[in-house]
Structure formats: C-alpha cells, structure tokens
Design a protein around this ligand. Structure first.
Ligand code: R5P
Length: 284
C-alpha cells in the first residue's frame, strides 16, 4: 500500500508508513501565481492510502487533487483523521447546508473506502456513499493516561455525549469516572450545571473528542477547582484549538493539555497510528 498525505497530516502519514512498513510517496506542493494549489506526486504503483485531515479549506482542495492524481491506481483508501464540518451534521435552520453531507459526498465520489477517526456523529458515514468506518482510539488514549503520574485520579467527561468514552478509559486504567451536564448556547458559549463531584484532593483528567475554543473545558475547570480538585489535566482526540484555546486552557489552570496526532500539534503526544494499522489489517 502506497501512503500519500496532505501537508497537514505528514507526520501521521510517516508514522503509519514506518510502523506498517509501507512506502511513503513523496508529494511536492506549491502554488500557482494566483494562489491556487499545485501538487505533484511521485510514482504510485498499486493501492493507495491517502492520509489527510480536513481542517482548512486548503486541506479539502489538497485531498480532492490527490484523489484525482491517484485515480489511475484504482484502489484508493481515504483516511480522514479529523473531519472538519462534521459538527454541522444537521440542518439546524432553514437554508443551511448539511455541511458534513456535502463534504462526504465530494470526497466519497473518488475513493473506494473511507476511514474516519472518532467522528463527531457516526450517522455521517452513510453520506460517503461507499464503505466508511470510524476508528476508535480509546485504547491509545487509555494507554497514555495509564502512564501519567496522577494521584487518586478521576476520569471525567464534560458532557453526557462523551460519558461512555470516559467510562471506557477509566475501566482500562482501573480508575473511577463521572460526567458533567453541559448546555451549549452557541459555538462559543456553554454552561455546566452545578454538580457535586467527589474531586476534593484528587487529580482529574477530563477526556473529550474535540477541544475547539476550549470553552467547555475552561468552564469545567472553574467548577472542579471550586470543589477542591488537586490537579487538572485535559486530553482530547482532536486538538482543534481555535482562538488561542491552548493558552486559554493553561491560563484556566490545566497542568497539561494533550491531544492525538489527528491534527498535528505541539502537544500531539498520542499517535493514532496503531489504531489505523489495526483497522487497515482488518479491512484487507
Ligand atoms: C461537543 O459535542 C464536543 O464533544 C466538544 O465538547 C466540543 O466540541 C468542545 O468545544 P469547545 O472546546 O469549543 O468548548
């Protein structure tokens, strides 16, 4: 299997190629004078795994161009480690697009199968129109957490949606878990209902699928410190970190903020490559 990647997923692609013993195909990127994206791949022989998170509009263009450049290979597997626009998975108001569907249709048209990682809502997978599976990375996150030097830890989810994720992590590590009740008012405003949680004197590790603005986690931090938590850590799959979220969280008192490499960040200390290789093994 030949591995190719967009510019934003180079490290993960390298990791998958190295760990799986697959050839990594060189791709050269530049721009036309008018700003349009240009790319050229090295020689591709045989099946292809395209690795590219959709985080910006350029990522989408790069993915579409790579799919076209590899069209002759015939068998293209697309790995979307982070799928942007997945949170617009409904038409919340008249006149809105169902953005996740639009993106899935465009990308699904040129490939044989798709893998996503901890996608926001699994129902989106059907929009690709081909075989599409979501890869869970609970094992990778649990293994990382089990090495953290924490005292009397509690694994916490900031909302009910991530409660089973927190529960699975806690079960793996042999820790306790709990969840908070979050209400979202807008993309930037959330409130967390007061809830008494047994955190006094304990280290708390909050786990979630996405940290975007950091608003959810910062609100949770205030509540937990008020209730006597000792040290707070936050670990997510997708470190989107918009509007200075990382520094916002450090300023809110988190001792550490960690994400996986689905979006490549300075704090991407957990690789999803083992879970991807396992999923690829299962699909061949
Ligand atoms: C919501 O459903 C997700 O699980 C995250 O909690 C949310 O996307 C985090 O967003 P923010 O960091 O902007 O509060």
């Amino acid at each position: 299997m030949n591995i190719l990647s967009t510019q934003s997923s180079q490290v993960l692609a390298g990791e998958i190629a190295h760990a799986g013993g697959f050839p990594l195909i060189d791709v050269t990127y530049s721009r036309f004078p008018d700003g349009e994206v240009y790319l050229r791949t090295g020689e591709v022989r045989g099946p292809v795994l395209l690795v590219g998170s959709l985080f910006s509009s350029d990522d989408l263009i790069e993915l579409l161009l790579l799919i076209d450049a590899c069209a002759e290979a015939g068998d293209i597997t697309l790995l979307l480690p982070y799928m942007g626009y997945a949170r617009q998975d409904k038409q919340f108001h008249a006149g809105e697009p169902l953005s996740a569907r639009a993106i899935a249709r465009a990308l699904g048209a040129g490939v044989s199968r798709v893998f996503t990682i901890c996608i926001h809502e699994e129902s989106i997978l059907s929009y690709f129109g081909i075989v599409a599976n979501d890869i869970k990375v609970t094992g990778e996150i649990s293994r990382y957490i089990s090495t953290m030097p924490v005292k009397n830890p509690l694994i916490l989810s900031p909302d009910r949606g991530a409660a089973s994720f927190a529960e699975s992590v806690a079960q793996y590590c042999g820790y306790e878990s709990d969840y908070l009740q979050k209400t979202r008012f807008s993309g930037t405003e959330v409130s967390i209902e007061p809830k008494s949680i047994p955190v006094a004197g304990r280290d708390v590790i909050i786990v979630d699928d996405i940290i975007s603005t950091g608003g959810t986690q910062a609100t949770a931090a205030a509540l937990l410190y008020e209730q006597g938590a000792s040290r707070l850590y936050t670990i997510c799959v997708h470190g989107v970190f918009t509007t200075g979220a990382y520094t916002h969280l450090k300023a809110a008192g988190f001792c550490d903020v960690v994400c996986t490499d689905t979006i490549e960040r300075g704090c991407s200390r957990i690789s999803v490559a083992p879970a991807v290789l396992k999923a690829l093994g299962n699909c061949s």
